[in-house]
Every structure is written in structure tokens, then in C-alpha cells.
Design a protein. Structure first.
Length: 97
């Protein structure tokens, strides 16, 4: 399934180990053993998904609130791209209904 704004997303396995330095997140996925370096926007987006399943539109609005941005088409497109990257990295998956 391709990343989409209407899909509900959840983390593949809860319990990522997080570190934040110099506006970047280092995320260790205990399930896969992989470590990922994320910019602040990507890190905050993944943290929101880890806290509670959400779709791309919900995430766009939540990220807009975090960064005091407008939830416009550009931000929505960026979030959709992040969802695709997170899915390809094995960090998120579609939530079960």
C-alpha cells in the first residue's frame, strides 16, 4: 500500500529510543536494530504517530500546530512524502481497523 493522506498509520513496533541534538532526531528502532537520523519535522511527525495512530491530514494539522505553520498543500505534500519514507524504512504501517 502506498503512503496516503487518508490511510491511518501506526508504528510497526512501539518503543523507539529517541535522542535529540542540534535540531535532529536520532531514532533507534529496537525491532529492526536500525538507527535513523531525522530532521526535526520528520522526527516530530514520527513521534506523533508513535503516540497515536493518525492519518496524513491529521498529522498535517498537528505538525502545523507544533511548528506554528499553516496546514497548506505544501505541508500536506511534505507529510505525505514523510509517510512514504517511513513506510519504506519499516517504521510505520497502515493501522488495523
Amino acid at each position: 500500500m502506498a503512503a496516503g493522506l487518508d490511510t491511518m498509520w501506526t508504528v510497526v513496533a512501539p518503543g523507539f529510543a529517541w535522542r535529540f541534538w542540534d535540531d535532529e532526531y536520532i531514532v533507534f528502532n529496537r525491532g529492526s536494530g536500525d538507527t535513523h537520523l531525522l530532521d526535526r519535522l520528520a522526527g516530530e511527525t514520527l513521534r506523533l504517530i508513535e503516540r497515536a495512530p493518525a492519518d496524513g491530514r491529521q498529522l498535517t494539522h498537528r505538525i502545523a500546530d507544533v511548528f506554528d505553520l499553516e496546514p497548506d498543500a505544501d505541508l500536506e505534500s511534505h507529510v505525505e512524502g514523510l509517510l512514504g519514507k517511513f513506510q519504506a524504512l519499516g517504521l510505520i504501517q497502515p493501522a488495523q481497523p
